[in-house]
Design a protein around this ligand. Structure first.
Ligand SMILES: NC(=O)c1ccc[n+]([C@@H]2O[C@H](COP(=O)([O-])OP(=O)(O)OC[C@H]3O[C@@H](n4cnc5c(N)ncnc54)[C@H](O)[C@@H]3O)[C@@H](O)[C@H]2O)c1
Length: 246
């Protein structure tokens, strides 16, 4: 039977690209998002019979949603093998204007969501002796942000740290945990939230001269999810056009 992958935030953007790539590679994919309509459309497009693509409503802020999803996938497909913690929300905001409520909200989606996802599915994978977790972090978590707010950048820095903590905890159980830190990608959210003149400035700052490709990030997810990727864990994969070099 083919492996099962759960992708959060799969209704559009990077999550949709990752879901399409994993499905094309033979995975059964569970597409989860707060926006059920978006994931339903994509699941219908990938497999109208529902046998290899499933749309699910899941809010990453809620641990109970991950628990319900884990139980559902166990019943429907005998379990899950890969979790891609992709759901996130970036926001352009002036540093001194970010309210405590906005800060907490950003943490709940961008950091706590990854934490509870890793807890619930990390345990599920450990119990089964195999699993792959891929957390989508961001260059913002490494350099403080190019066009996004401090709350988002801080949360993404936390995602990279959590990746190492869960990787260490789960290493002996056949479960790997890695993060990918993309720089600005050629995706709708970037064009919707960054003014064209600012985007032109950003492109000029990128050493390779262009925005990153979601398809390539999806290829990297596939590589990290592979059975033979067992010795890669706790790593952060920088895909940022040369904007940040270690
Ligand atoms: N676009 C970029 O340039 C870029 C760069 C670096 C990192 N990232 C990261 O990649 C990931 C995807 O980004 P994107 O550009 O596709 O963003 P997007 O805003 O286009 O898509 C995000 C998806 O997550 C969903 N989502 C939001 N809150 C959710 C919640 N509480 N529970 C479940 N789903 C929720 C949204 O409905 C949406 O479908 C995010 O983690 C983002 O931080 C993006």
């Amino acid at each position: 039977m083919s492996r099962v992958a759960l992708i959060t935030g799969a209704a559009r953007g990077l999550g949709a690209s990752i879901a399409q790539r994993l499905h094309a590679a033979g995975y059964r994919v569970a597409l989860a998002d707060v926006q059920l309509e978006g994931v339903q459309q994509l699941a219908d497009q990938l497999d109208p019979s529902g046998q290899s693509a499933l749309a699910l409503q899941l809010d990453v802020r809620l641990k109970t949603d991950f628990q319900t999803t884990c139980a559902l996938l166990s019943e429907r497909w005998g379990g899950c093998d890969v979790l891609v913690n992709n759901a996130g929300k970036s926001k352009v905001a002036a540093l001194m204007d970010i309210t405590p409520e906005e800060f907490d909200e950003s943490m709940a989606i961008n950091l706590r969501g990854t934490f509870v996802g890793c807890q619930v599915f990390g345990q599920h994978f450990a119990d089964r002796g195999f699993g792959r977790i891929i957390n989508i972090a961001s260059l913002a978590g490494q350099n403080g942000g190019t066009a996004t707010g401090a709350h988002y950048a801080a949360a993404k820095g936390g995602v990279a740290t959590l990746t190492k903590v869960f990787a260490r905890e789960l290493a002996a159980k056949g479960v790997t945990v890695n993060s990918i830190s993309p720089g600005p990608l050629d995706l709708p959210i970037v064009h919707e939230t960054v003014a064209p003149d600012r985007l032109a400035q950003i492109k000029q700052m990128i050493p390779v001269g262009s925005l990153g490709s979601a398809d390539y990030i999806a290829d990297t997810v596939l590589l990290l999810a592979a059975e033979n990727a067992s010795s890669v864990t706790g790593a952060c994969w920088d895909i940022n056009g040369g904007l940040f070099m270690r």
